[in-house]
Design a protein. Structure first.
Length: 391
């Protein structure tokens, strides 16, 4: 089954002229992200590994199912926090996966989870919810104008969260009261995405429809700089989609971002100046480890690029049309999940497959998380959370 979440569109009233037209638009966009129906029905088959593998399953836990919305775990100190669409919030010991507590939010969840400054944060179709990290006790509820599709982040006493209508909110950690709101005009047609915000050194980095990346001050929501990651091109609304649908990545003096039907770029963090760019479309995004930038292409293929120039080190096509997740990096290995619940290990040196771990057979959520130097966390739609460790 296709990811319904990804193929959904945010449409203006002027486009809502009939069910047939909407379904046609959804099919067209889904094809651009994942390829044609023939390719989706025939994902690239997995090849036998040339070696035994360099990964093992350290532990697993059940955290609740998510059919449509996308979730990833949050780490704060020695604990992991996970949320599910069914309203469950779970605290786990990071070393063992042992459950510390589980509470019900009392309603369905649509985005999360975030953790920090003593809070566990998640989102619903119209609010941000805060819970106490130690006990799971509800603390406050802050209502927003739109649904929350991504994980709230917290920094310097401010919770920063994005709503589905692309508004960015700054909320007081202590009581949930709104401090500021940032909003901008969005294109007529844009992709629905679970990408939220990246926070670094008091700045919130946010990608928008139309290919713009903005740095905001966490304290007051004021713009620090704006950069162009991609320019809409083409004659039709679908061809002109150039949305940043993944999280920007901060590494030293650089910020990296990628856009669907656009480019991947390296940006000077202090000024927002674009230093280099490559014409590679990406939906789920990238990560950086040392001098290597790993990227998932929109069709599921994976890249390793030079962090300072964007030059290609290697491209691996063995995961095409497998709805490949964003990458995470452990040592000299890049890890990616897929729609059949596999976690794949690729060599940093040449992109060859060096290991494979099976989860529960359901799709892996798009944003895996690094737990420590040797372990990463992968959450699945069937409700599993898996700690995969490299040797």
């Amino acid at each position: 089954m296709r990811y319904l979440f990804i193929s959904l569109l945010i449409l203006s009233v002027s486009l809502l002229t009939g069910c047939g037209q909407i379904l046609e638009l959804k099919d067209d966009v889904s094809e651009k992200i994942f390829g044609s129906d023939r390719e989706e029905d025939n994902p690239t088959p997995l090849q036998d590994l040339k070696q035994a593998g360099d990964a093992k399953l350290l532990w697993s836990a059940t955290v609740g199912e998510s059919e449509i919305y996308e979730f990833s775990p949050a780490i704060d100190g020695k604990y992991i926090y996970a949320a599910s669409e069914t309203g469950e919030l779970t605290k786990l010991d990071a070393a063992t996966g042992k459950q510390e507590w589980r509470v019900s939010a009392g309603e369905s969840l649509s985005g999360g989870v975030g953790a920090g400054e003593g809070l566990v944060l998640t989102g619903t179709k119209g609010a941000v919810l805060a819970f106490d990290q130690a006990t799971g006790k509800p603390l406050w509820k802050s209502r927003l104008a739109g649904e929350v599709l991504s994980a709230p982040r917290v920094d310097g006493g401010v919770v920063v969260v994005r709503s589905g209508d692309s508004r960015i909110y700054g909320i007081n950690v202590a009581d949930g009261k709104r401090k500021w709101v940032y909003e901008r005009t969005t294109p007529t047609l844009s992709l629905r995405s679970s990408a939220g915000v990246t926070i670094a050194d008091g700045a919130a980095l946010v990608g928008f429809s139309g290919g713009k990346l903005v740095a905001l001050r966490v304290a007051d929501g004021k713009i620090i700089w704006e950069a162009t990651v991609a320019q809409p091109k083409g004659a039709t609304e679908i061809e002109r989609i150039a949305d940043i649908t993944s999280l920007p990545v901060v590494d030293g003096r650089f910020v990296y971002a990628a856009a669907f039907q656009g480019r991947v770029v390296g940006i000077e963090r202090s000024t927002g100046k674009v230093l280099w760019n490559r014409d590679i479309s990406s939906y789920y995004g990238l990560t950086v480890d040392g001098s290597v930038l790993y990227l998932t292409q929109s069709n599921g293929a994976t890249y390793a690029l030079d962090y300072s120039t964007g030059k290609t080190y290697w491209r691996q096509g063995g995961l095409q049309y497998r709805k490949t997740t964003a990458p995470v990096s452990l040592g000299r290995t890049a890890l990616f999940g897929d729609f059949e619940g596999w976690v794949h290990l690729l060599s940093r040196d040449d992109g060859d497959f060096v290991g494979r771990v099976k989860t529960d057979g359901s799709a892996v959520m798009p944003q895996p998380v690094v737990l420590n130097d040797t372990t990463a966390l992968f959450q699945t739609r069937a409700g599993g959370l898996y700690a995969v460790s490299i040797k």
